[in-house]
Design a protein around this ligand. Structure first.
Ligand SMILES: [Zn+2]
Length: 132
């Protein structure tokens, strides 16, 4: 068939919208949404409602399966450096800095250092997806 993806919301088919109503007259059914792309939940859900429905049904199982956090994580001075930039008052020029989220220390960096994914003051790895 097609490359369309199905919304993974367990109750997607129960929400009434015109686009979910499919089939020929006399045998129409309300169906789970199908699209080439979805914008919610890593492209798995047609809406935040469907994403929330999934989490209500499966969230606890998923967390337990992949590992429930049992102790608080700690962001320390050694891995709290984050690159940022500020605009000047006329929004013409950027000033690049690296800031420590724990100590609030701020140091100037160059645009090249800002754009260099290997440049960091962190002394051990942290998740890169929180940078920015
Ligand atoms: Zn849905």
């Amino acid at each position: 068939m097609s490359n369309l993806k199905l919304c993974q919301g367990p109750d997607c088919h129960t929400y009434y919208t015109q686009d979910r109503l499919k089939g020929i007259k006399g045998s129409k059914t309300n169906q789970t949404r199908r699209r080439s792309n979805f914008y919610y939940g890593n492209g798995n859900f047609c809406s935040t409602r469907c994403q929330d429905d999934w989490f209500i049904d499966f969230g606890d199982k998923a967390i337990n399966h992949f590992g429930r956090l049992t102790e608080a994580k700690h962001l320390t001075e050694q891995n709290a450096w984050v690159k940022q930039y500020d605009w000047d008052s006329s929004y013409q020029n950027r000033t690049y800095v690296i800031r420590n989220a724990i100590t609030r220390e701020q140091r100037p960096i160059t645009e090249q250092q800002y754009n260099d994914n290997n440049y960091t003051l962190n002394t051990w790895p942290r998740n890169m997806d929180s940078v920015g």
